[in-house]
Design a protein around this ligand. Structure first.
Ligand SMILES: Cc1ncc(C[n+]2csc(CCOP(=O)(O)OP(=O)(O)O)c2C)c(N)n1
Ligand SMILES: [Mg+2]
Length: 325
């Protein structure tokens, strides 16, 4: 029997506002990049907003998150203020990594957001280390390890899963399957039709879920996390999602058709939830427009903070780059 999904009106509104915040944030980041306010790599999460909102709402604040390089919005969802993420992009000392990490290396020990990692799949062994620490200290937390679909073809990810399964570590390996690894269609690089099946090799629990519907996703992840807390063990979740923009801001996207992108945009997570809000009479045109204006102003303010923040002093070069015992 299909489980009844229960989300309070407040939760529905807050999911909507959060997803819209991340969409507007990334749009503003893209604009700043085109205005040459910063340079280097920049990977946007536009289209995938339901994932971080649905997942984060299923976690406790003291759970851990570790991710790849497409992680501006994941960092904000985990509690890092948007302005500190913006300042990090601009290489300012007020950034969450004091301007030393940039787009791919958001980090906050305080918020238990353990990066932002540029090496594809490099976060998986680190997540296992954190999972081990949780078990060793007899904590009740879990760690969510975000991975791209292409990261699932990296050898170290298999090693990490094997260890996590052998030692029953509370690691939720979460694949954001957006169908592409840079310009390569995942179907050209993998022998399985579902990446979650890879869990069978480790006798690990696994499933798939629609990543364009924040409510379905949230309910699904909440149940997984509740089980993991009761019976610690790793889990492999494949979230079916899609990125609307290029792999990075400099990708013209010639490897896929406009129609394909448009098909996914019809299932846009923000539009889907707007329909729910309208149906339930929780919002109409007036509210949706007002919220958008407020959110745009907040994002602009985050950018202003980044603009006006100082660059790191030269002496900063030698600080926080090494852990001294
Ligand atoms: C070990 C390693 N190999 C190759 C690269 C180059 N690279 C950067 S992103 C990327 C694609 C990864 O795609 P996916 O895991 O699906 O994540 P997505 O970008 O779709 O979020 C590749 C191959 C890298 N950064 N690290
Ligand atoms: Mg991908």
């Amino acid at each position: 029997m299909k489980k009844k999904e229960i989300h309070s009106p407040d939760q529905l509104v807050s999911f909507y506002q959060e997803m819209l915040t991340y969409r507007r944030f990334e749009e503003r980041v893209n604009l700043a990049y085109t205005q040459q306010k910063f340079s280097g790599f920049c990977h946007l999460h536009i289209g995938q907003e339901a994932v971080c909102v649905g997942v984060q709402a299923a976690l406790q604040p003291d759970d851990y998150v570790i991710a790849g390089y497409r992680s501006h919005t994941l960092a904000i969802a985990k509690g890092i203020p948007a302005r500190e993420v913006f300042a990090e992009l601009f290489g300012k000392v007020t950034g969450c990594s004091r301007g030393k990490g940039g787009s791919m290396h958001m980090f906050s020990k305080q918020h238990r957001f353990l990066g932002g990692h540029g090496i594809v799949g490099g976060q998986a062994p680190l997540a296992v280390g954190v999972g081990f620490a949780i078990q060793y200290r007899a904590e009740k937390n879990i760690i969510v390890c975000y991975l791209g679909d292409a990261a699932m073809n990296q050898g170290q990810v298999f090693e990490a899963m094997n260890m996590a399964a052998t030692w029953k570590l509370p690691v939720l390996f979460l694949i954001e399957n957006n169908r592409y690894g840079m310009g390569t269609d995942i179907r050209r690089t993998t022998s399985v039709d579902r990446l979650s099946k890879r869990a069978l090799a480790f006798d690990m629990a696994h499933s798939e879920v629609d990543g364009m519907n924040v409510l379905t996703l949230h309910t699904h992840v909440r149940d997984i996390v509740a089980d993991m807390r009761k019976n610690p063990a790793p889990y492999l979740l494949e979230v079916m999602t899609y990125r609307y923009r290029g792999h990075s801001v400099s990708d013209p996207g010639a490897y896929r058709t406009k129609e394909e992108v448009q098909d996914f945009q019809k299932k846009d997570p923000i539009l889907q939830l707007a329909s729910v809000l309208r149906e339930k009479k929780l919002a109409g045109d007036k509210e949706l427009t007002e919220w958008d204006e407020i959110i745009k102003a907040e994002v602009k303010e985050a950018e202003r903070f980044a603009d006006e923040s100082p660059a790191p002093e030269l002496a900063e070069l030698w600080q926080h780059v090494l852990v001294e015992s």
